[in-house]
Design a protein around this ligand. Structure first.
Ligand code: NAD
Length: 340
């Protein structure tokens, strides 16, 4: 446990259980230096508590980097609830989680993430005000998709010389909340869409509604295209996958796309431009953070629109310094989080 805390420079780790509801939860606070730690709550099955801690810690770290680079007055945190085999009362379990959040006195603010939904946030909100993305506040996913779309255009400009997506072959992996909304925008921009999802029904929907071509999930990453867009789960870019990529750009919504930091250098060596995930997918965080502060939609949209320029600046700096964009982004975030 302390090994993963040290590796990710985690500020603190909080654990709670509530036998009456079956709650077993972990809250990882990576940094509260720039403000309260904001980050989603996952509700997933984990093989053991160690992998749950590792997941929370790594995701909390990227939330800190994401908030810092987006210029938000928030730190980074993440919660993980270990999904029990049997849940007698889901609402009661999330209410117990709300009481756990309240014990942290505002140092952690939660949001929806994999496996949780706005209804769960409503249950949490009965016990703490440190919660976003309730049914009233709305789903951040369309805003994440909007930011990724802006980031794809900036990446196309940087590597292909134009931000016009008309006729580009764009491969979207994962058609969930973010991936499908993004695929709709890419189709409207005239891209030739290749899609895959572990749920064949999602891919079929994109074929029927967006004129996309469905590809088997195991084959999509190696399918020739201009831009590969990971929107499924993390860790999709490892040594083996990168060796088989046939694209000029990787730019997608998934968190923690790189199986390890060194994979960024492998992408660089293959001449593939990689959009650092916590920069391009920051739209959802920007939405929940600003909305939690009471901002109106036009101000949020203006902030979201800056994601493209942020990536353009990172690419320019990477080129000038002969470093990968991932390394430049990490250094920029660390300069904000750990000033000398
Ligand atoms: P989701 O659970 O709604 O959708 C994920 C989809 O990807 C599912 O349909 C799943 O079947 C599919 N999938 C998973 N692995 C796949 C694979 N190997 N090949 C093909 N399909 C695969 O999740 P989401 O909210 O759309 O988020 C997608 C990613 O973006 C996640 O990594 C998430 O952490 C990240 N993200 C989401 C938000 C947000 O606002 N929702 C914000 C930032 C980052």
């Amino acid at each position: 446990m302390f090994g993963i805390m040290e590796a990710t420079r985690l500020e603190s780790l909080h654990v709670a259980q509530d036998p009456a509801t079956g709650l077993q939860a972990i809250i990882a606070l990576h940094s509260t230096r720039l403000g309260p730690a904001l980050g989603g709550c996952r509700y997933l099955t984990y093989s053991d508590s160690h992998s749950a801690v590792a997941d929370a810690a790594r995701l909390a770290q990227s939330m800190s980097y994401k908030a810092a680079l987006a210029g938000l007055p928030f730190g980074g945190g993440k919660a993980v609830i270990l999904r029990p085999a049997h849940v007698p009362n889901r609402g009661a379990l999330f209410e117990a989680f709300g009481r756990f959040i309240e014990t942290l006195n505002g140092r952690y603010i939660t949001a929806v993430d994999s496996g949780t939904k706005s209804e769960d946030m409503d249950c949490i909100a009965q016990y703490t005000q440190h919660v976003t993305s309730t049914r009233t506040a709305g789903d951040p996913s369309p805003h994440t998709a909007m930011g990724v779309f802006a980031g794809i255009r900036a990446s196309a400009m940087a590597r292909l010389g134009s931000d016009d997506l008309q006729g580009l072959r764009i491969a979207v992996q994962g058609l969930g909340q973010v991936g499908y909304a993004l695929a709709e925008q890419l189709a409207a921009a005239g891209a030739e869409l290749l899609v895959s999802d572990l749920d064949p029904g999602r891919a079929l929907l994109a074929v029927e509604q967006l004129g996309a071509q469905a590809v088997q999930p195991a084959e999509l990453a190696a399918t020739p295209c201009d831009i590969f867009v990971p929107c499924g789960l993390g860790g999709v870019l490892d040594q083996a996958t990168v060796a088989h990529l046939h694209c000029a750009v990787v730019a997608g919504a998934a968190n923690n796309q790189l199986a390890s930091p060194e994979v960024a250098e492998l992408l660089e060596a293959r001449g593939i431009l990689y959009a650092p995930d916590y920069v391009i997918n920051s739209g959802g965080l920007i939405y929940v953070a600003l909305q939690h502060q009471g901002a109106e939609l036009p101000a949020i949209t203006a902030h979201l629109a800056r994601i493209g320029q942020r990536l353009t600046d990172i690419y320019a700096q990477a080129q000038a310094q002969n470093r990968s964009p991932a390394r430049v982004a990490a250094q920029q975030a660390e300069a904000l989080l750990y000033p000398r």
